[in-house]
Design a protein around this ligand. Structure first.
Ligand code: BES
Ligand code: MN
Ligand code: MN
Length: 454
C-alpha cells in the first residue's frame, strides 16, 4: 500500500478524531475556558505520542501552555520545526451558527465548527501525516520538532519569551506552518508574505460624569461625537491613511512581483460573494490583491460608550472608547508606527476631551524570498496531494511567530495553507472544505517523506 492509499483508508478515523479535538472549547481569550485550553494542550500532547513521538511536553507559561515534541533520530537529514496553534477565537455571536460551534458537523462537503480551519483542522493535517509516515515506515525519516501554542489568537504573548530562551531547542533548517489560506478552491498555495499588526485602544473623557443631555446639551463636549470625528479624519477620500510618515518606509513592490501577484488566478466574484457588501472601497492606485496583501491599513474594530440598552436614555456620556488596529507591511516598524499614530491622534483631538492611548500589541510584517529548494519540494508535494500546481501568494493576516522565527534564525518559512478565504475564520459557521483536509494530509505526508530524500 502506498502512502496515499494508507491515508485514504483512514479517512473516517481521521475525521472522528478531528471532531474530538474540535469539541474542546479552547478559547484563549476567556479565562472561564482556561481548563478547556489545558485539556486541548493535553489532547495535542497525547495525539503527538499516538503519532509516533516518544514523548511530548506540556510547557506551562504565564498564560496558556505550549506543547512541544521532537524526534531527532535521522542523522544527516534536515530538521523541520512545525508550528501551529490549538487555541481558537471566541464563538460569539452564538445564535448565528447553523450548528453549535463546539459540536462539529459535516454538511455539504464541509466540516463546520470553531477551529476547523483556524487552526485545529490544519494542525491535525500534520499530526496525521506524521503518523502515517511513522506507521508505514517505522520512523519519520527526518528530524522533526513540533511546537503547538495556545495563545496565537491573543497575540502569542508568552511565545516570544520562550523563543528567546530556547533558541537551541527550536533551531531548525526550516519552519513549516499551516495556518493560512489557499488562493481559492483547487488552487494549492504557498504564502511568502504576511502583514504585521499593531492593536490599539483609546479612551476619551469629556465631562467628569454622565450628564442629562437636556440640562447640559449644547454647552458641553460629547466624547462620542469627538470620537466619530476623529476616526472620520484618519482616512482621506482616496482611502489613504492621514497619519504623517505612515507610508514612509513602505517597500515599493518590484515590477516583477506586482506582475506576478496580479497574474494569479484570483477571483473577484468569489471575493465579493465572500464579503457580501453593497459596494467596495480601497486605497486608490492599487488592485484589490495589492490592497489586501501589500498595503498597510488602519481599521476601526470596535467603538462603544453612552447608552446602548433598550429604549431611549437622554445622556451625554462621560467616556467614549475605541479599539482599532493597523496592518503593516515591509519595511514598516511597528514601534515607530505606534508613536506616529498616537502623535497624530493627539494632534487631531480637540482640547475638550482627555485621551488615554494604549498599544495592546505590536507585530512585524513578513515577506521573504522563496528560492530555497524546500519550496520546490513543497510545491511538488502539493501537486501530489491536489493534482494541481501550487502558486506563491502573500496574505493580509498576521502570524507573529513566523516573523519572530524568521528574524531569529533567518531560515526558510514554508507556509502551506489549507483554509479557504471564505471559510469564516473568526466568524460564525467557520468550516473547512473536507477535500482540502483529506488532500492536505496526503500532501504533507509526501512533503515530509520527500524531505527525507536528500
Ligand atoms: N491564522 C490566522 C492568520 C491568517 C489568517 C494568516 C488568514 C493568513 C490568512 C491567525 O490565527 C490570526 O487570526 N491572526 C491574527 C493576529 C493575532 C495577533 C491575533 C490576525 O491576523 O488578526
Ligand atoms: Mn490561525
Ligand atoms: Mn485566527
Amino acid at each position: 500500500m502506498n502512502l496515499a492509499e494508507f491515508i485514504d483508508a483512514r479517512r473516517e478515523k481521521h475525521l472522528t478524531e478531528l471532531k474530538e479535538f474540535l469539541r474542546i472549547p479552547s478559547v484563549s481569550a476567556k479565562s472561564e475556558h482556561k481548563p478547556d485550553v489545558e485539556r486541548a494542550a493535553k489532547w495535542v500532547a497525547d495525539n503527538l505520542r499516538a503519532a509516533g513521538f516518544k514523548s511530548a511536553e506540556i510547557i506551562p507559561t504565564a498564560m496558556h501552555p505550549l506543547v512541544y515534541a521532537e524526534s531527532l533520530e535521522a542523522p544527516g537529514k534536515p530538521t523541520i520545526l512545525f508550528y501551529g496553534h490549538y487555541d481558537v477565537q471566541p464563538a460569539e455571536p452564538l445564535d448565528l451558527w447553523t450548528s453549535p460551534a463546539f459540536e462539529p458537523e459535516a454538511r455539504n462537503g464541509n466540516l463546520y465548527g470553531r477551529g476547523t480551519a483556524d487552526d485545529k483542522g490544519q494542525v491535525h493535517i500534520h499530526l496525521k501525516a506524521l503518523q502515517a509516515l511513522h506507521e508505514s515506515n517505522g520512523k519519520f525519516g527526518i528530524n522533526i520538532k513540533v511546537l503547538i501554542e495556545g495563545e496565537e489568537e491573543v497575540g502569542s504573548v508568552s511565545l516570544w519569551d520562550f523563543v528567546q530562551k530556547n533558541k537551541e531547542k527550536l533551531k531548525a533548517d526550516a519552519l513549516v506552518v499551516s495556518d493560512t489560506s489557499m488562493l481559492g478552491k483547487g488552487v494549492p498555495s504557498i504564502t511568502y508574505g504576511l502583514r504585521g499588526l499593531n492593536y490599539y485602544q483609546i479612551e476619551l473623557t469629556g465631562p467628569e460624569r454622565d450628564l442629562h443631555s437636556g440640562v447640559y446639551g449644547g454647552a458641553v463636549p460629547n466624547p462620542l461625537t469627538v470620537l466619530a470625528e476623529l476616526f472620520a479624519k484618519l482616512h482621506d477620500n482616496n482611502f489613504h491613511i492621514t497619519v504623517p510618515g505612515f507610508y514612509e518606509k513602505v517597500a515599493k513592490l518590484s515590477k516583477a512581483e506586482r506582475k506576478a501577484l496580479n497574474a494569479l488566478p484570483w477571483n473577484k466574484k468569489a471575493f465579493q460573494t465572500a464579503v457580501g457588501a453593497p459596494g467596495y472601497c480601497g486605497e486608490k492606485g492599487f488592485s484589490i490583491v495589492e490592497q489586501l496583501w501589500t498595503r498597510p491599513t488602519l481599521e476601526l474594530n470596535g467603538i462603544w460608550g453612552g447608552y446602548i440598552g433598550e429604549g431611549a436614555k437622554t445622556v451625554i456620556p462621560s467616556k467614549a472608547y475605541a479599539k482599532f488596529s493597523t496592518r503593516l507591511v515591509p519595511n514598516q516598524d511597528p514601534r515607530k508606527i505606534a508613536v506616529q499614530v498616537e502623535k497624530h491622534i493627539r494632534k487631531l483631538l480637540p482640547k475638550t476631551v482627555k485621551c488615554k492611548f494604549e498599544v495592546l500589541s505590536t507585530g512585524k510584517p513578513w515577506a521573504a524570498p522563496f528560492q530555497a529548494p524546500i519550496f520546490k519540494k513543497a510545491q511538488t508535494a502539493l501537486e501530489k496531494g491536489f493534482g494541481k500546481k501550487a502558486v506563491f501568494i502573500r496574505e493580509g493576516g498576521s502570524i507573529p511567530f513566523v516573523t519572530q522565527m524568521y528574524d531569529t534564525f533567518k531560515v526558510p518559512c514554508v507556509l502551506i495553507g489549507f483554509g479557504l478565504p471564505d471559510e469564516n475564520a473568526h466568524a460564525p459557521d467557520e468550516h473547512i472544505y473536507l477535500e482540502n483536509y483529506f488532500s492536505g494530509i496526503k500532501a504533507i505526508a509526501h512533503f515530509y517523506a520527500d524531505l527525507a530524500i536528500l
